[in-house]
Design a protein around this ligand. Structure first.
Ligand SMILES: Cc1cc2nc3c(=O)[nH]c(=O)nc-3n(C[C@H](O)[C@H](O)[C@H](O)COP(=O)(O)OP(=O)(O)OC[C@H]3O[C@@H](n4cnc5c(N)ncnc54)[C@H](O)[C@@H]3O)c2cc1C
Length: 466
């Protein structure tokens, strides 16, 4: 017997949970099921973090899950701290709005907002239920969406929403066949890192925010040896500061459309800011709200140019490091323990005497070489191309022609309201997506603020109110 609901949300990370919160707050009566294999809703990979040092990369004033109240997280944290929670926050010695909260605590905040929304929804007869399973297949038939779950259960609903988040690159078949995943330590697994000889050399592939988290984990685990980081461009995330406001130059000038024009104008504003003694992060931060428009207006060629030439710099300048983590990176660097090299990973080598050996090619060199360490951490990122994701649901959806790849094969294609496009390019009436699967549609479709905005708009759409 299949259970039925008005809305079936596939994935109960931040996206699926915030969509449920928004649906519960709206007038009307609806039954929502969230299908999520994890024990808890609202966490996903990002907010399942258990270490206090694995913090949000933005301060509280930037991380509200309520698009109508930018102070929502600040207010929640103020109450939480006043009630005796997170005593370590005093060490940051800044106002609550400037605190960088642990991601695990952010998960508690999301869960509390869900609990409150459940009470609001109960007044109109709306409910949200968590079904603990993986969705392995989906069909759209006679005005309803049908799901098959990993436990054999079947579900039927009026709408289905793909809130399946990000798929780690290391879990894709191409990478696993190289053995990288099997040989590598999880960047967040402090317990596994405690098993290492503290003085041993650790190799890390990738130099973005996941690498920064891995350094925090190693430090927490008591590792005191050398750390060798290899990434294609050898660029580290900049530290997040609190720059003052700056003129919103993109809202005044809609003639800027190409990546080249954007960069030229942005550099001009950064130079002007620096000349006035103002942080270059001020002009850069004004670009964020225009990214979706610029990306969706761009041609595929322009998008490709952006990905090839600008992306590494965009990642390191825009996706910035929380100050405490950045201070650790700086200290390790000054102590001579951390070395960042521009080099591409070429494969794993067998290591007869234990540890790991990887083959790399340093930037500017034609020859490859082998580097040895006691352990390897893979922080090389996310697989956005669903054709390469070795999970049953993405494969089934593609095989059934219910979804198609998004621009540049980043996630899946969708209409502006999140309705997914099928293999023929037709917008579905009952199947929607939000968050990271829409990376190709909006470029930035992953951060807390992106997800919060999408959740609100999609809830209105699914309720027939938007
Ligand atoms: C380590 C990390 C740190 C981050 N830090 C920040 C930050 O500091 N600030 C910021 O703004 N953003 C951050 N992000 C980005 C962003 O906030 C998160 O990616 C956000 O969690 C996206 O939410 P999501 O629900 O779409 O995806 P996810 O959190 O990935 O959740 C998706 C959920 O879907 C489930 N799922 C997948 N497939 C199926 C299926 N077939 N059936 C059922 N369930 C399924 C998964 O189990 C998962 O729990 C971070 C991301 C990561 C990975």
């Amino acid at each position: 017997m299949s259970q039925s609901a008005d809305i079936l949300i596939i994935g109960g990370g931040l996206s699926g949970t915030m969509l449920a919160v928004q649906l519960l707050r709206l007038p009307g009566r609806r039954k929502v099921l969230i299908i999520e294999p994890r024990a808890e809703l609202g966490r996903g990979e990002a907010y399942s973090a258990v270490e206090l040092g694995h913090t949000l990369n933005g301060n509280a004033a930037r991380m509200s899950v309520d698009p109508d109240n930018p102070d929502d997280l600040t207010q929640w944290l103020t109450e939480h701290i006043a009630g005796g929670g997170w005593p370590e926050s005093a060490e940051q010695d800044v106002p609550v709005s400037e605190l960088f909260a642990p991601r695990g605590l952010f998960g508690v905040y999301v869960q509390q907002r869900l609990a409150e929304a459940r009470k609001v929804g109960a007044q109109t007869g709306s409910s949200v239920e968590h079904i603990r399973a993986e969705v392995v297949d989906l069909q759209v038939d006679a005005g309803s969406v049908q799901l098959t779950l990993s436990n054999g259960q079947a579900l039927r609903g009026g709408y289905g929403v793909l809130a399946t988040g990000m798929f780690p690159a290391a879990r894709t078949p191409q990478k696993t066949s190289s053995g990288l995943n099997a040989a590598a330590l999880d960047p967040w697994d402090v317990a596994a890192m405690r098993q290492l000889d503290p003085q041993s050399t650790v190799l890390i592939i990738g130099s973005g925010l996941t690498m920064v988290d891995a350094l925090v984990s190693l430090e927490q685990a008591g590792h005191r040896g050398p750390i060798e980081v290899f990434s294609r461009h050898g660029l580290l995330p900049h530290v997040r500061r609190q720059p003052p406001g700056w003129i919103d130059f993109l809202s005044d000038d809609h003639s800027i459309r190409t990546p080249r024009q954007l960069l030229r104008e942005l550099r001009r504003h950064c130079r002007a800011a620096i000349a006035q003694g103002i942080d270059w992060q001020a002009p850069l931060d004004t670009v964020r709200v225009h990214i979706a428009r610029l990306w969706s207006q761009a041609t595929d060629t322009q998008r490709r140019q952006f990905v090839r030439h600008v992306r590494p710099w965009w990642e390191s300048h825009h996706h910035r490091s929380p100050p405490l983590s950045a201070a650790l990176v700086e200290r390790l660097y000054k102590e001579g323990r951390l070395r960042i090299q521009a080099a591409s990973f070429k494969g794993l080598e067998t290591s007869p005497d234990g540890g790991v050996r990887i083959r790399i090619r340093r930037r500017g060199e034609s020859q490859t070489c082998v580097v040895q360490g006691a352990a390897l951490i893979n922080s090389s990122g996310i697989e956005y191309d669903w054709r390469r994701v070795a999970r049953p649901l993405p494969q089934q959806l593609l095989a059934r022609g219910l979804v198609r790849s998004g621009p540049l094969a980043l996630g899946i294609a969708a209409a502006i309201d999140g309705a997914v496009l099928d293999a023929e390019g037709c917008a579905a009436e009952q199947l929607f997506a939000m968050g990271p699967p829409l990376r190709g549609m909006w470029w930035e479709s992953t951060a807390v603020t992106d997800v919060a905005l999408q959740a609100k708009a999609l809830a209105l759409r699914l309720s027939g109110l938007g």
